[in-house]
Design a protein around this ligand. Structure first.
Ligand SMILES: [Zn+2]
Length: 184
């Protein structure tokens, strides 16, 4: 467990006023939302590669930077960022070698059973109208997936028309980004 070492570190961090260099308010200085993958290789690399400082953006993450439904929690967060926090630009950033391009929902469900989730629970969920194959479905190419996410945001009925929505793909090794979709 790494929690104990985190808690020890935290006491020192606060006592030594390490936070002072990160002070900012909660409005994103760049008026921007970045929505990306939970990929651990990007935790530091992505902000460094795009010169994002503390306070610059609202950062949203999920597995794969995937939005497939107009009212999923990421989309709600984007709307809050736009209406309450002055965000005016949204960038969706996928990455090469993403785990969600390899995720196999059947394997995931087999693993659930191996780790003790009863078959009957999976059946109950299925009968409630939740298709776990669909829920855990990843993507074939990251570029197409980012375009799908960008399109859902761009055409969202509650998003003001002046909001810019872009799509990028980042290399998790070098930090190099390529533009998939750019709003003019
Ligand atoms: Zn990923």
């Amino acid at each position: 467990m790494h929690l104990e070492e985190m808690l020890t570190f935290n006491k020192k961090f606060v006592n030594e006023k390490e936070y002072e260099k990160y002070e900012t308010d909660s409005f994103p200085n760049k008026r921007m939302v970045v929505f990306t993958c939970m990929e651990s290789r990007l935790v530091e690399l992505l902000p460094k590669a795009l010169n994002i400082q503390n306070g610059d953006v609202k950062m949203l993450k999920n597995a794969g930077a995937i939005i497939r439904k107009p009212f999923d929690s990421i989309m709600k967060s984007i709307l809050v960022a736009v209406y309450e926090l002055k965000a005016e630009e949204i960038i969706v950033i996928g990455h090469h070698d993403c785990g969600m391009s390899k995720t196999n929902p059947s394997h995931l469900m087999d693993e659930m059973k191996v780790k003790g989730v009863p078959e009957s629970t999976l059946e109950t969920i299925y009968r409630s109208g939740i298709d776990l194959h669909e829920e855990f479905h990843g993507f074939d190419t990251v570029e197409k997936s980012i375009e799908q996410s960008v399109n859902i945001i761009r055409h969202h009925p509650l998003l003001p028309v002046h909001i810019k929505v872009h799509g990028l793909v980042i290399d998790p090794g070098t930090g190099k980004v390529d533009v998939v979709s750019q709003d003019s």
